[in-house]
Design a protein. Structure first.
Length: 313
């Protein structure tokens, strides 16, 4: 790839406009761990999930039944929130147009976009989006919570929900394994994206000249794609990898630790989660993560993803 001056100035504008150096400085503490995860967890996702054909209504009811068992208080508030919200089941057409399941505020009204039920992915996504909807409870609409926290709730709920589906005979063990493999795979892909982007910024060292960018591309051709996306976003839309992806990585790491706590003490952990959900607009990254898994959260994440026994060997 030969870069021209326009590319260099677009790149500079995007990177500076989005405060990327500042952003990476903020999450620098996680970078060694991300490299470790990439080295340790290269896995393949095998097989396909079983077909499930719940109606949209049955799917929603099944997920709400789960939430009721998970934590009745949280569920009651979630049901209230959903009654006020607009729940939309996406058609195949809107999916082709690139509209994904999500929770958005549109003219002060909450919209919850869901997929129709095809397999465990759509089921788990529904629990994921309901967890996001649950974070809107008791939260002043004007208050925006720390973006880096916002995928913890959804990843945690997906894990508890998948386990519940197995216990209740909806998912097979094979489906469950597929789900776990997929989560790890996605985590590794996301970590790679963040590491690449961080590496480009380090190499660049605030020098946005065309020559400097060209040097990086020549020395590390595999980063060309990353560099293009840093300038222009992903596949035409302006989603900027690092900032967008980081919330999924932090979400998955913290959720995994919290899930282990949940397996040891489900009631206490679901109550902690409920409390967190009702107040998380007040938290920054450190406060939010500390609230859920303790102030020693870095050690805890490390112990979960790199168990001690292996360290000692
Ligand atoms: Zn989400």
């Amino acid at each position: 790839m030969v870069l021209d001056d326009k590319f260099a100035s677009d790149f500079k504008e995007n990177v500076m406009g989005r405060g990327m150096y500042h952003f990476y400085k903020n999450i620098q503490q996680f970078m060694p761990m991300l490299a470790g995860i990439v080295n340790r967890y290269q896995n393949k996702v095998q097989g396909v999930p079983s077909v499930l054909t719940f109606s949209a209504e049955d799917m929603v009811n099944l997920v709400l039944t789960f939430f009721q068992e998970f934590n009745p208080r949280f569920c009651d508030r979630l049901v209230d929130t959903l009654q006020e919200a607009k729940v939309i089941i996406l058609s195949d057409k809107s999916k082709q147009d690139g509209i994904c399941p999500c929770v958005v505020l549109s003219n002060d009204k909450l919209e919850v976009l869901l997929e129709s039920c095809k397999d465990m992915n759509s089921l788990c996504t529904t629990s994921h989006e309901f967890a996001h909807a649950g974070s809107q409870q008791n939260v002043e609409k004007k208050q925006r919570k720390e973006q880096l926290l916002c995928e913890i709730e959804s990843h945690f709920i997906e894990k508890v929900f998948a386990e519940w589906l197995v216990e209740n005979g909806v998912l097979s063990q094979e489906d469950y394994k597929y789900k776990c493999d997929l989560q790890l795979h996605d985590l590794v892909v996301d970590c790679c994206r963040l590491l690449n982007e961080n590496y480009v910024l380090e190499q660049l060292n605030h020098d946005y000249s065309r020559e400097n960018l060209q040097r990086i591309v020549d020395e590390t051709p595999y980063l060309e794609k990353t560099i293009r996306e840093m300038a222009y976003g992903r596949s035409g839309n302006k989603t900027f990898w690092g900032k967008f992806v980081a919330r999924y990585i932090i979400g998955e790491m913290v959720a995994q630790v919290l899930y282990e706590d949940y397996q040891k003490s489900p009631v206490a952990t679901s109550m902690l989660f409920d409390e967190y959900m009702s107040k998380n607009a007040e938290f920054g990254l450190k406060e939010g993560v500390s609230f859920l898994i303790g102030e020693n959260y870095m050690d805890r994440i490390n112990n979960t993803f790199f168990p001690k026994k292996e360290h000692d060997q």
